[in-house]
Design a protein around this ligand. Structure first.
Ligand SMILES: [Zn+2]
Length: 138
C-alpha cells in the first residue's frame, strides 16, 4: 500500500480533510500521524553500526530503512490527547542509550509477584509513575 505521506502533506499541499480515526468526528483536518512516536524511531537508530536504521519485516523478508510510517489519521485534538495522555511520559521514561528511568523506578520498588525470570509491579505502589499519563480517556 502506498502511503499518503509520500503524496501529500508538505507545507504547500492542501490539508487532508476526513474522519478522525480516534474520535470519529468527520470533516476534520487530519494530521500526518506517526504510527509510532517519532521519538521511538529516533531511539531505534543505532549509530554504532554501518547501517544504523531499524530492521523491518514484511511478506518479502527483512530490510533496514529510516522511513517513519505515517498516515493522515487523527485530528489535532486527538494527536494532542495521545501526546499528553502518555506518549510524552513514555518517551521520558522508556529506554534510551543513556538511561531507562522506568526500570530505575522498578528497581527501587518491591515487586507484587516474582517468578524466576518475570516480576510484576503495581503501578499504584511506585511513586514516580504518572498513572494519569497512561490513558487517553479524558
Ligand atoms: Zn479526533
Amino acid at each position: 500500500m502506498k502511503m499518503k505521506s509520500k503524496e501529500v502533506g508538505g507545507a504547500k499541499d492542501p490539508p487532508v480533510i476526513g474522519q478522525c480515526a480516534l474520535c470519529l468526528e468527520g470533516n476534520q483536518k487530519l494530521e500526518n500521524s506517526h504510527f509510532l512516536p517519532a521519538g521511538v524511531y529516533r531511539r531505534m537508530i543505532d549509530r554504532k553500526h554501518g547501517n544504523p536504521n531499524p530492521f523491518r519485516f514484511n511478506d518479502s523478508g527483512w530490510f533496514q530503512d529510516n522511513n517513519q510510517i505515517r498516515d493522515f489519521l487523527l485530528c489535532r485534538a486527538c494527536e494532542d490527547r495521545l501526546n499528553n495522555g502518555g506518549e510524552r511520559w513514555f518517551l521520558n521514561y522508556c529506554w534510551s542509550q543513556d538511561q531507562f528511568r522506568l526500570a530505575s523506578l522498578m528497581d527501587e520498588a518491591a515487586p507484587a509477584t516474582a517468578e524466576t525470570r518475570i516480576k510484576s509491579y503495581h503501578a499504584t505502589q511506585i511513586g514516580g509513575i504518572d498513572r494519569s499519563a497512561s490513558h487517553i480517556s479524558r
